[in-house]
Design a binder for this molecule. Structure first.
Ligand SMILES: *Cc1c(COP(=O)(O)O)cnc(C)c1O
Length: 414
């Protein structure tokens, strides 16, 4: 007789549109940094659903708030007021310094809104600016607008033509940015730490070039903080660590602790260009999503989570650096706080598989990078256990640990 997991996976194979290559595991519940499969086996979750389950799984306060809200009022549409959207917008404004928020349902929608608002700003001024500047290795989402400023050809080419007028700049080339940004540029869009592109932080030199280019041309800056923002690196918004002052900011992932919600934050100047009817969403910012986001922000800022992320992030970094000294296949540890990439000299897929077999969840991004985005609530002992399992997975996938730079070619496992 087939068990539950087999049944679910067979139904998926038959009826779910096959856009995802899933790992062969079916999770039925979670608690903190742990997920449990249909057979009751526990997995240490160092990915938190790609940085979404920010308070860990089944967080008691979030669960209680969502349950209470579900039993009270889930949806009204944006035709009316409800008690939770305006307080969420106010809280986001207080934390970011950006005056107003448009609440939506996902990261790509937040970027889509930012791109539209940037265009709208220049239209309102009577001098529309047709061009956008985006970065190589950027990821901003899968809808057509966000896809148009996303770098990976595999995501883009099958859906051409996309939004025209995008100039691409290498994040390693501040001079090229200066050339690319002109008075035709409506906005520069960038991730302060590129996530899907391989956990690549923007350098201080590049950030300085961004500031110069914006000042020189008036181009707006859109910071995509969907992955690196909201406490992930130990601060509310990672752009502040680069002394960037975005005019617009996209948020998502961690914001609802698992309940889908995103936000496009805009400066007072940009907000002044937006009129009734310019943009909208049917269920964006509904009571359930906004309540969840408020609980998350309270835990993050008032509950002391930011401090915990800073110390947990330092602990994780030390442990990863020790791993890098042991394994020749590790080229570099990148990122900040609890957003870390382990860049390998080869495909990372065998490590992800070996980790899964050992009860550890991580993922591969940009082909050769192991990405870690644990829940912001993770404990030091859980980080230690995760590092132990990751070391075992590296050893299993690539052979014995090696002195750095030696034996990277040995035991290549396929
Ligand atoms: C995940 C992500 C997005 C897209 O978010 P979705 O909720 O999947 O639409 C956009 N930008 C960045 C930086 C992301 O990491």
């Amino acid at each position: 007789m087939k068990d539950q997991a087999d049944r679910i996976q067979a139904l998926d194979a038959a009826h779910v549109l096959q856009t995802y290559r899933r790992q062969p595991v079916t999770f039925v519940r979670g608690e903190g940094a742990w997920l449990y499969d249909a057979h009751g086996r526990g997995y240490l979750d160092l990915l938190s659903g790609i940085g979404v389950a920010s308070l860990g799984h089944a967080h008691p306060r979030l669960a209680a708030a969502v349950a209470e809200q579900a039993a009270t009022l889930v949806h009204t549409s944006n035709l009316y007021h409800h008690p939770w959207q305006a307080p969420l917008a106010a809280r986001l404004a207080e934390l970011s310094g950006l005056a107003r928020a448009f609440i939506c349902n996902s990261g790509t929608e937040a970027n889509e809104a930012c791109l539209k608002f940037a265009r709208r700003y220049w239209h309102a001024g009577g001098e529309p600016r047709p061009r956008l500047v985006a970065l190589e290795h950027a990821f901003h989402g899968r809808t057509l607008g966000a896809l148009s400023v996303t770098w990976d050809e595999h995501y883009r080419t099958p859906f051409a033509p996309l939004v025209p007028g995008v100039s691409w700049v290498s994040p390693d080339d501040p001079a090229a940015l200066q050339t690319a940004v002109t008075r035709e540029t409506a906005a520069i869009i960038l991730e302060p730490i590129q996530g899907e592109g391989g956990v690549r932080p923007i350098s201080a030199a590049f950030a300085a070039a961004v500031r110069d280019a914006c000042e020189r041309t008036g181009a707006l800056l859109i910071a995509d903080e969907v992955q690196c923002g909201l406490g992930r690196t130990g601060v509310c918004f990672h752009s502040t660590t680069l002394e960037l002052k975005p005019d617009l900011m996209a948020l998502g992932k961690a914001l609802g602790g698992g309940v889908p919600v995103g936000a496009a934050l805009v400066s007072a100047e940009v907000a002044a260009a937006i009129a009734h009817g310019d943009h909208g969403t049917t269920y964006g910012g509904n009571p359930l999503a906004c309540r969840a986001a408020l609980v998350f922000l309270e835990e993050l800022v008032d509950g002391g989570l930011l401090d915990r992320v800073r110390s947990a992030g330092a602990h994780l970094e030390e442990g990863l650096n020790r791993l890098a000294a042991r394994f020749g296949s590790i080229l570099e540890i990148r990122g900040a706080g609890l957003m870390r990439g382990v860049a390998l000299d080869r495909d990372a897929a065998p490590v992800v598989e070996a980790a899964l077999e050992r009860g550890l969840l991580v993922n591969r991004t940009a082909g050769s990078v192991i990405r870690l985005l644990p829940p912001l609530t993770i404990a030091a002992e859980e980080i230690d256990l995760g590092l132990e399992r990751l070391a075992a997975a590296l050893a299993a996938a690539f052979g014995k640990e090696t002195a750095h730079g030696v034996g990277a070619d040995a035991h290549h496992s396929h």
